[in-house]
Design a protein. Structure first.
Lengths: 443, 249
């Protein structure tokens, strides 16, 4: 079957295997090689494309237990974040970390050690995992935690599924008083102001900046910074009725029924959109507002299949992190290159990160910039050039988004790769588990 | 979630429709009794539903082909439920059922004999109490026999007729009987089949329709999950037999 990631590039043939309960996973894995687990297929590039075969894990998605006292939730790894939020927000609990879409599985969130708008304060999803169950190459299932099989635990967090099949995980949910976010919008005229605003929002739970990556000159890096906290009961009751404290998820109102022709996203259309979005946001910046959890955390989930916006040939998401020290000049240089190329995208996001938990976790203290770029011939050399700037600055690229970085870029960015490979070899993972990403990057 | 103090028995709890229905009831604050043949599989669904809803879920072993034990099964339930939903269904393989008597028998007994006998016993307990709702999941396949699935269809037709008779018998007692005909549903049972989008419901949609018919719009006796099936099946039923027998449907 032809499989693709969310970016729809690359498209590759991989045998598809299915699994309906955790106990079956070992039988499916036995005798296989070049195999990778796939959750909901929301990684962008080739991380969830099995080199030979791909194990669909949505079937192992039941929830197992929850302790309201401690907030400890145990689920099978194919459980969807969207289902978890739907079940637990009305009961006053929220996931400790959420990525930019809720349509991901818990196994996928661990394998990518996803980060959210609270990474600077709370770390990635992996930091909140208490234990997990891992089916390794020899068919045995190991419990991994900070105390038990700890090396394998830290290799599996952010390990892109290359240590084995995650079948189950326990993590702590956090208590919330309401399902609303008390959000403030800050306008930054340029990159320097944007970084300063993110720095100033260090104490705020959630912060992220949307960048107009077509703005140039004195406005290079102009941004809207969204800073949010879980709203308290009092804050919400001042504006809403008691029964609206925990609003249900919003159904996607729009869906893209077809691939857009590639020319619809061009310099003019994107800059018109960006200008309008910037002005609208600037107008809202006057007063803080209450925002429903769904659009605050998952604005793009409001449009089903938004990935079709980039046309049939797909798109690349380029997400880098640059150490804090020289973030300003380095990010400035990257934005300048993007602005000069005219390849701006709707989605350009800047965010402050803290340390990552796993051996191959993406985050490091610094700033991360994510850009969406349609796949065209000339985008590859442009990104190659940008990667050099990032590597020189001591930064790296996010594997869950990657479809194209070079082995050199990858190896320069992940200093703990050797330890990761050792653990993978020691547990036989290197002989059995491989995604196209792993083969491409020599992991 | 506010507890209602009511309970529902789900028979066939490990099917996709059974799971979705159990979760709908549990989320609405009902205690849920899950029954199925494979206790380990039922327990997995019970944990899932209990975790998601925070509600009470109990598990009970029941083999729909083992009617000898039905009395005992009902007697051992923690309480006589307010509502029972029977989701048991086995599509089988039509061609195999034409050749193998055991397979045909299994399809008939699973879709008709077992569910009918079980619901009959429960009806006998509901009737003196003067309350209760019995929901049987039948099928549009029972509306008219077709070459492609008439063994299954005949069993479902029998079940539909049984529910109709039960409803008639209990009409004066305060016990309701609801017949649900889901149409095509995207489930494990239909995995790999090419289904027409407009006529095909998701398990959640079936669950919501069951809950609405059983607990909210309590005047409805027979429902199709997607209303487009009403006129469609009316047309199919009205085709004269001399013509119908020549059609490939």
């Amino acid at each position: 079957m032809i499989l693709e990631g969310w970016g729809r590039y690359p498209r590759l043939v991989s045998e598809v295997l299915d699994c309906q309960k955790p106990a079956d996973a070992a039988d499916v894995v036995a005798g296989r090689y070049g195999l990778i687990a796939r959750g909901n297929g929301r990684s962008y590039g080739d991380a969830a494309l099995g080199d030979v075969a791909t194990l669909m894990c949505r079937g192992i998605g039941r929830m197992k237990s929850f302790d309201p006292q401690t907030g400890l939730l145990t689920v099978e790894a194919g459980a969807m974040l969207s289902d978890i939020l739907e079940a637990f927000i009305p009961r006053g609990y929220f996931s400790p970390v959420v990525p930019g879409t809720k349509f991901v599985t818990v196994g996928g969130m661990i394998a990518s050690d996803v980060h959210g708008k609270n990474h600077h304060r709370d770390g990635g999803f992996g930091a909140h995992v208490v234990s997990l169950r891992l089916l390794i190459a020899d068919g045995s299932v190991l419990t991994c935690s900070r105390d038990e099989n700890a090396e394998l635990f830290f290799a599996t967090i952010g390990g892109m599924g290359l240590t084995g099949i995650i079948t189950e995980a326990s993590f702590h949910m956090r208590r919330i008083e309401t399902g609303w976010i008390h959000q403030e919008t800050i306008v930054a005229q340029n990159l320097e102001e944007a970084l300063a605003a993110l720095q100033a929002a260090d104490e705020t739970s959630y912060s992220v900046a949307w960048i107009d990556c077509l703005a140039r000159g004195a406005s290079l890096g102009r941004s809207l910074i969204f800073a949010g906290e879980h709203a308290t009961r009092e804050q919400v009751l001042a504006h809403k009725a008691e029964k609206e404290l925990f609003p249900p998820p919003k159904k996607a109102r729009l869906s893209l029924p077809m691939d857009f022709p590639a020319w619809t996203l061009n310099r003019t259309s994107v800059s018109v959109f960006n200008e309008a979005y910037y002005r609208l946001g600037a107008r809202k910046s006057a007063a803080p507002s209450l925002v429903h959890w769904n659009p605050h955390f998952f604005p793009l989930d409001g449009i089903q299949e938004w990935n079709r916006l980039y046309g049939r040939s797909g798109f690349l998401q380029h997400q880098c992190v640059v150490p804090e020290a020289n973030a300003l000049p380095v990010l400035g240089q990257i934005l300048q290159r993007i602005a000069d190329s005219g390849k701006g995208s709707f989605l350009a996001v800047l965010k402050k990160l803290g340390v990552g938990a796993g051996l191959l976790s993406f985050p490091m203290p610094g700033y991360t910039l994510a850009l969406d770029l349609p796949v065209t011939e000339d985008v590859f050399p442009l990104l190659e050039e940008i990667d050099k700037v990032i590597v020189d600055a001591g930064g790296r690229l996010y594997l869950a988004k990657d479809a194209r970085q070079s082995r050199q870029t990858f190896e320069a960015g992940y200093p703990r790769l050797a330890s990761f490979k050792d653990i993978r070899r020691a547990t036989g993972g290197d002989a059995r588990f491989a995604s196209r990403l792993a083969t491409r990057l020599g992991i | 979630m506010t507890k209602t103090g009511k309970s529902v028995l789900l028979v066939g709890a490990t099917s996709d429709i059974g799971r979705a229905t159990a979760l709908t009831y549990a989320t609405a604050g009902w205690d849920v009794q899950l029954a199925g043949r494979n206790l380990e599989a039922v327990q997995r669904e019970a944990d899932d539903i209990g975790t998601r809803s925070g509600g009470q879920v109990s598990v009970h072993r029941l083999d729909i082909l083992d009617s000898e034990r039905f009395e005992d099964f009902v007697g051992r339930l923690p309480v006589l439920p307010d509502t029972v939903v029977c989701v048991v269904g086995e599509l089988g393989e039509q061609v195999r059922a034409e050749k193998e008597i055991q397979h045909a028998s299994m399809v008939m007994r699973t879709n008709f004999e077992g569910p009918a006998l079980l619901l009959g016993i429960i009806a006998d307990r509901f009737s003196p109490r003067g309350s209760g709702t019995i929901v049987g999941i039948s099928s549009v396949a029972g509306d008219r026999g077709r070459a492609s699935n008439y063994v299954y269809g005949a069993a479902k037709a029998g079940f539909t007729a049984f529910l109709s008779g039960l409803r008639n018998r209990l009409a004066q007692t305060g016990v309701r009987v609801v017949t649900v005909k889901p149409g095509f549903v995207r489930t494990q049972m239909t995995a790999g089949m090419k289904l027409p989008g407009l006529l095909t419901a998701e398990p959640n949609e079936v669950a919501a329709a069951i809950f609405t018919a059983a607990e909210e719009k309590t005047s409805r006796d027979i429902i199709y999950v997607r209303s487009v099936w009403w006129p469609l099946m009316a047309v199919i039923r009205s085709i004269p037999e001399p013509l119908f027998k020549r059609l490939k449907l």
